[in-house]
Design a protein around this ligand. Structure first.
Ligand code: HEC
Length: 145
């Protein structure tokens, strides 16, 4: 009887550990994704500041759009813990606002994609400058400092 109980306990403990591991994985993956987004924004900044053509960035911007379309799905319930994360509980208490913030970034990135493909430096600069505030708007409400 005691053995059965112990075996059951071991299974439960393993279950809990794998859930924690899975959430840690989700957190690490989304953080790596956001880190890459930050790098892409920085890479574009130099060109945008110089009003150079954004043409080489079209593919990267498309990747960014795909990332942000998937942002709500990168924050499954339970992934507020289980790893080192700055995600705030507001993400889960206000999912509509959070998705809306991601959609706002998507819309500005779509405009950036058009400007980049068009090859006009001034248009690329203006469109690039319109993206950053949407990042900050989400971070202010949904990400810890
Ligand atoms: C819909 C909300 C939202 C939008 C829009 C958003 N972010 Fe974030 N970002 C977050 C959250 C939440 C985190 C914290 C993730 C975590 O720690 O689990 C984060 C984390 C980050 C990080 C830190 C990654 C790390 O190393 O841990 C960077 C860099 C970042 N975002 C850049 C950006 C940039 C640049 C944009 C705009 C192009 C942007 N974000 C738009 C919500 C958003």
């Amino acid at each position: 009887m005691k053995k059965i109980w112990l075996a059951g306990f071991a299974v439960l403990a393993m279950g809990a550990a794998s859930v924690a591991w899975a959430q840690g994985d989700v957190i690490a993956a989304r953080r790596a994704g956001f880190k890459r987004i930050g790098e892409q924004m920085t890479a574009m900044k130099a060109v945008a500041d110089a009003r150079g053509p954004g043409t080489p960035f079209v593919g990267g911007i498309e990747e960014m759009i795909a990332f942000f379309q998937g942002v709500p799905g990168r924050f499954p319930p339970g992934s507020e813990t289980g790893g080192e994360t700055k995600a705030l509980p507001t993400i889960w208490s206000d999912p509509v606002g959070f998705s809306g913030a991601a959609a706002e970034t998507v819309s500005k990135l779509q405009a950036l994609r058009v400007a980049a493909a068009g090859g006009d430096g001034a248009a690329f600069q203006a469109a690039w400058q319109a993206v950053g505030p949407t990042c900050g708007a989400c971070h202010r409400t949904y990400r810890a400092r």
